[in-house]
Design a protein around this ligand. Structure first.
Ligand code: PLP
Length: 384
């Protein structure tokens, strides 16, 4: 299905998913005749980094206007031919996802709320006029590829990062939705996001550039939004900042999110707040899970319009004790400082010293993901 709203996506994602055994059968496996050797793989897994190395196989499927989705396969990982007139190269009609496979202590393989990602991919596709990809086919692809490339799943604290994506492959330069699409799933072993432990990040608060605006694609996980974030990110990095905090495009007064993570604010009185999903912000799986965990724990947690000047005043007064960012890749990252220029052109830098809540949320989420603490909402999906 293509969820019509985030609320519908949330509700649908909570329904029981078909088992891995049921969904895997749709995929035909073509073995890689030249897989990495045991030594080559061991070398990669000893220091995988993030998004650098890829496993021996990949999932794929094709959609045509006549046949719909079909040709579900796991094939050797490698380059794919795309006609220079392929629509995605010109008009950017593509969506993607990101989720991880965790190896548990007993050798089993699990992933976290994959139905949320499957539905979000379709939610993104809806905005980009891309045909929906069946949720069962999404779950089938991650199961088939993970089982095939199980040896590539790093031990804790690492994981196998999965990148599903759909793009317009029709060779045609007319500006309209394409008549042919490809689904791919690639897998990249990844290590701990912060190899040196839980390190706060320093943010640049961006006023000149926005990643998404009203009526645009901000709530969709599509390459164009990331393309829009690269220049501000580059400029911030040159000044020594780790990430950019984007404000809303209409007024530049309220907080949206980072280029690839959602944001939470912790108030000294115990309140937890995150920006409302205005259509400019990606509805994060991690964000949704943190809100649920906070409600479970009886915390006053809510989505709210967060006016940046109020946040500045509350940091200065001490009413805000902590801020953190969250997303699949890093799970939770404490925010150590906010810098930028205010509406009058004055430069500011605000330090945040505390990361107690961020660390607690990180420990809870990763505990659920690695199977060391209870999973009351059945978020974990067993792959093998
Ligand atoms: C723009 C943006 N916001 C938020 C997130 C966090 O989403 P999730 O928690 O589903 O990974 C991501 C990462 O996927 C992202 O790219």
């Amino acid at each position: 299905m293509i969820p019509e709203s985030v609320e519908q996506m949330e509700a649908e994602s909570r329904r029981p998913a078909p088992s891995a055994a049921e969904v895997v059968t749709a995929y035909r496996v073509e073995e890689n005749p030249h897989p990495a050797s045991v030594q080559e793989r061991a070398k990669v897994l000893a220091n995988p980094g993030f998004g650098v190395y890829f496993s021996d196989h990949m999932g794929r499927a094709t959609w045509t206007a006549e046949e719909g989705w079909g040709d579900y396969r796991v094939v050797p990982y490698g380059p794919t031919a795309l006609d220079p007139a392929g629509a995605v190269l010109h008009y950017g009609q593509e969506v993607f996802e990101g989720l991880k496979v965790y190896r548990h202590e007993d050798g089993s393989f699990w992933t976290f709320r994959p139905t949320y990602n499957a539905l979000r991919m379709n939610y993104s596709s809806g905005r980009l006029a891309i045909p929906e990809f069946p949720v069962e086919a999404f779950l089938g692809s991650i199961t088939a590829l993970t089982r095939q490339d199980a040896a590539w799943v790093p031990d804790k604290p690492g994981s196998l990062y999965l990148r599903p994506f759909v793009f317009a492959s029709e060779s045609f330069l007319g500006v309209r939705s394409a008549q042919r699409f490809e689904y791919f799933l690639i897998a990249s072993p990844s290590g701990a996001y912060f190899p040196n432990g839980f390190q706060p990040i320093n943010l640049w608060v961006e006023r000149d550039y926005h990643r998404a605006g009203p009526g645009g694609m901000g709530a969709a996980k599509t390459g164009g939004n990331y393309a829009a974030s690269l220049l501000p990110k580059l400029r911030a990095a040159r000044e020594g900042y780790d990430e950019v905090l984007f404000l809303d495009a209409a007024t530049s007064t309220t907080i949206d999110e980072l280029g690839g993570m959602n944001v939470f604010i912790v108030y000294r009185d115990g309140r937890l707040r995150t920006p409302r999903l205005t259509g400019n912000i990606l509805p994060g799986n991690t964000r949704s899970s943190i809100l649920q965990l906070a409600h479970d724990a009886g915390v006053d947690a809510a989505e709210e319009t967060l006016v940046f000047d109020d946040v500045v005043a509350d940091i200065r007064s001490g009413a805000i004790s902590e801020m953190f960012a969250c997303g699949t890749a890093a799970v939770v990252t404490s925010i150590g400082s906010l810098s930028g220029t205010d509406a009058n052109g004055q430069e500011f830098r605000l330090e945040l010293k505390d990361s107690t809540v961020a660390k607690r949320v990180y420990d809870t989420l990763t505990g659920i993901q690695y199977g060391t603490i209870a999973d009351p909402h059945n978020w974990m999906y067993r792959i093998d």
